[in-house]
Ligand binder design. Structure first.
Ligand code: NAK
Length: 127
């Protein structure tokens, strides 16, 4: 499978850890990951955005792993933030959790299902 990042020359080029588009070819499997929430396997919801963001990403990675995939397979992810004030921390933590990997992405400020959850992350991966 080949992933080819695309940033059109005649449009805004992001500098915050994502690409404007991702072309994939030669893949045989797609994985659609539901919104991953900041809830641990034991039902615990950690305090604060930093801990919740890291946990939601670990949950994304767990779903990828369960399907025999990993972070290198990510093509697109979409993050729903409960509050715009978390936007810059979200970028920083996302970049750390992805080890600098850049994919197509969207960040939306939204009401999350449970008020205790400060974000939710859905993803698409290919292999
Ligand atoms: C995609 C986007 N708005 C961000 O902050 O990474």
């Amino acid at each position: 499978m080949e992933k080819r990042p695309i940033n059109a020359d005649d449009a805004f080029v992001p500098t915050s850890g994502y690409v404007q588009a991702m072309a994939i070819s030669g893949h045989s499997r797609l994985l659609f990951v539901s919104g991953q929430i900041p809830v641990a396997a034991d039902g615990r919801v950690p305090e604060g955005f930093e801990a919740q963001c890291r946990l939601a990403w670990r949950n994304v990675e767990a779903q990828l792993k369960a399907a025999g995939l990993g972070l290198d397979n990510l093509v697109l992810h979409r993050t729903y933030l409960a509050d715009r004030r978390h936007a810059l921390d979200n970028r920083r933590i996302r970049s750390e959790m992805l080890g600098g990997r850049e994919t197509a992405t969207t960040v939306v400020i939204a009401g999350i299902f449970d008020e205790a959850w400060l974000l939710e992350i859905e993803a698409i991966a290919a292999a």
